[in-house]
Design a protein around this ligand. Structure first.
Ligand SMILES: [Zn+2]
Length: 319
């Protein structure tokens, strides 16, 4: 039997596609209009939710999506937002059902100026494809690092910056990345992974700033909201609420958020051992994935090994 759900990234090296439309009105290369026609009947039109007359495009990382979901739910405030599949997957990994539902309702709403972009399935934005082109095998990819080749968020932002060609900035909203650029945060570990082990935090920050692709800006919420939403009371109200919660949490010595995952820029993926254990316990179910050509963010999973008709009774784990 079949179930439809989110595609996890184990499939990305096999199912990368060249023709995932970006949904950007300024783009001259994607078949955004053809995509609308192809999907118009019964499917979900994508078209160009990202406008040509924007002040900026916004690319929130997973923590920013979770932290600013109140803002993202405001259709008139949160415009020209690119929600990346890689980041949504990280949000779902928090196992906060209510949060996951709210995020889905935002990016599934075609009336919004939001493009859910399956960056892990697009050959131009997949960090796996980048590693392969640069000579390393997929198995040799280091932990995601602050570089356009290894960081899925920066890589996707750089791709969109290439689409808008300087008309306005593509803004990455990310506390952790903004902190590294300021010379703070986990610069040591990030520098090691990026091959910058010999540098101190200030040196790493300078090198990271140098590596930022043109047209991409990395901002914290405290930089972003006053700059782009100063005259939007709703957006500023959501931002102030978030800031107060962060400050209260800091004064009480606890990490804000539902899972404390703000401490980590990149939650770990499943490792082989955990997968084996999960299959053993029955927490995980083995299946065969088939990715939709028209909508690569959707796929069907056939439960059971190839060729045997048996299926389990539990849901596919799409975290
Ligand atoms: Zn495009």
């Amino acid at each position: 039997r079949r179930r439809t759900g989110a595609v996890v990234n184990y499939a990305e090296d096999v199912h990368l596609r060249e023709d995932v439309p970006c949904g950007c009105a300024l783009c001259g290369t994607c078949a955004n209009d053809a995509y609308v026609r192809a999907e118009g009947e019964g499917g979900h039109p994508v078209g160009t939710p990202l406008g040509a007359d924007a002040t900026h495009y916004l690319v929130p990382d997973a923590d920013a999506i979770a932290d600013h979901v109140d803002f993202l739910e405001m259709p008139r405030s949160a415009e020209n937002v690119i929600v990346l599949g890689s980041e949504v997957r990280r949000v779902h990994a928090r196992r906060d059902a209510r949060l996951s539902r709210r995020i889905r309702n935002v990016h599934n709403d075609r009336r919004r100026s939001v493009r859910m972009f399956p960056n892990e399935h697009c050959a131009h934005t997949s960090v796996v494809a980048a590693a392969r082109r640069s000579g390393g095998g997929a198995e040799n990819i280091p932990n995601p690092t602050f570089s356009v080749f290894h960081d899925p968020v920066l890589r996707a932002a750089a791709w969109y910056a290439g689409k808008v060609r300087g008309a306005f900035p593509v803004v990455v909203l990310s506390e952790t990345r903004a902190e590294i650029l300021r010379g703070g945060g986990g610069g040591g570990a990030v520098g090691d992974a990026a091959g910058l082990g010999g540098l101190d935090k200030a040196g790493i920050a300078a090198e990271m700033r140098r590596r930022l692709p043109p047209g991409v800006e990395v901002l914290s919420a405290s930089e972003y909201f006053p700059r782009f939403h100063a005259h939007d009371a709703d957006a500023m109200g959501a931002f102030e609420s978030w800031r107060e919660a962060v400050e209260t949490a800091a004064s009480e010595g606890i990490e804000p958020g539902t899972s404390g995952s703000r401490k980590r820029a990149f939650p770990p993926h499943w490792d082989a051992e955990a997968v084996a254990a999960g299959l053993e316990d029955g927490d995980l179910i083995r299946g065969t994935i088939r990715v939709s050509a028209r909508r690569p963010e959707e796929a069907t999973v056939r439960i059971g090994k190839e060729g045997d008709g048996e299926g389990g009774d539990e849901d596919v784990d799409d975290g």
